[in-house]
Design a protein around this ligand. Structure first.
Ligand code: SF4
Length: 88
């Protein structure tokens, strides 16, 4: 059996069973789990207000079922986004 995707782990994910093309989540749109996405690239060219949204959204990661299953990969993604802001 292959590795479960984040939307399969997080059973209340709002993206589940949606069409991918216009899905609100960039990870789901690309068919990748959130720990496989370089979120710095996702937020780099967004307006500041949307960058703030994603940055604040990140704090939810720690209480997410996906983080419990993939803590090291998820922590690496969170640290990358934090460093993106620190480097700014
Ligand atoms: S990153 Fe979150 S919202 Fe997006 S598909 Fe994964 S679990 Fe759902």
């Amino acid at each position: 059996m292959g590795q479960r995707k984040c939307w399969e782990i997080k059973t209340d994910c709002l993206m589940r069973d949606r069409a991918r093309e216009n899905a609100g989540c960039p990870a789901y749109r690309e068919g990748r789990s959130c720990w496989e996405v370089d979120w710095r690239e996702v937020i780099r060219f967004l307006p500041a207000s949307q960058q703030e949204y994603w940055y604040s959204h990140m704090h939810k990661c720690f209480s997410c079922a996906v983080y419990r299953v993939h803590p090291e990969e998820m922590q690496a993604r969170v640290d990358e986004v934090k460093s993106f802001y620190l480097d700014d």
